[in-house]
Design a protein. Structure first.
Length: 157
C-alpha cells in the first residue's frame, strides 16, 4: 500500500470522525431541546388541569350558595307571610302573602294586556282572525291603530 492511499484513508477516517462528533452533538442538542419542550408542555398541562379544577370548584360552590340563598329567601317570605297573617289586617296580609299560597294565587289575576287568544293572532292565521272578528278577509294586513292616551308605553322617554 502506498503512502498516498494510507493518508487518504486516515484523512477519510478523521473527516468521518469529525462529522460523527458534530452530528452527535447536534442530535444531543436537539434531544435536550425536545426534552425541555416536553417538560414545559407537561408543566403547562398540569397547570391547566389545576386551573380547570379550580374553575369547577368555584362554580360548584357558587351554585350551592345560590341554592342556599334561594332557600333563605323562601324562608324569609314564609316568615313575613306568617307574621302578616298573625299581626296585620287581612288586606295587608294579602299584600305580603308568599307566592304559591292561597292568598296570592287569587282569582283576580289577569293575563298580560298583549294576550289575545280569542283573536287567533299568535297562530299566524289572518283569515281565521278576520272571520272571528266578523270581518271579511281581504288578504292584506290591517293598519295599526293609534294607542290611546292612557297607554303607559307612550309616557316612556
Amino acid at each position: 500500500m502506498t503512502t498516498n492511499a494510507i493518508l487518504i484513508t486516515v484523512a477519510g477516517f478523521l473527516a468521518g470522525l469529525l462529522a460523527g462528533v458534530a452530528l452527535g452533538r447536534n442530535l444531543a442538542r436537539r434531544a435536550g431541546r425536545r426534552d425541555r419542550l416536553t417538560d414545559q408542555l407537561r408543566a403547562r398541562e398540569e397547570k391547566l388541569q389545576i386551573y380547570e379544577r379550580q374553575v369547577e370548584e368555584h362554580f360548584s360552590r357558587a351554585a350551592a350558595l345560590a341554592d342556599e340563598l334561594g332557600r333563605a329567601w323562601q324562608d324569609l317570605q314564609h316568615h313575613l307571610a306568617g307574621g302578616a297573617d298573625q299581626l296585620a289586617s287581612t288586606e295587608l296580609a294579602r299584600r305580603f302573602a308568599a307566592p304559591g299560597t292561597a292568598r296570592s294565587s287569587g282569582a283576580d289575576a289577569q293575563p298580560p294586556r298583549d294576550y289575545a287568544p280569542s283573536q287567533n293572532l299568535l297562530r299566524g292565521n289572518p283569515r281565521a282572525a278576520a272571520e272571528q272578528q266578523g270581518k271579511a278577509y281581504t288578504g292584506t294586513i290591517a293598519p295599526l291603530h293609534r294607542a290611546s292616551d292612557d297607554d303607559p308605553t307612550l309616557k316612556v322617554g
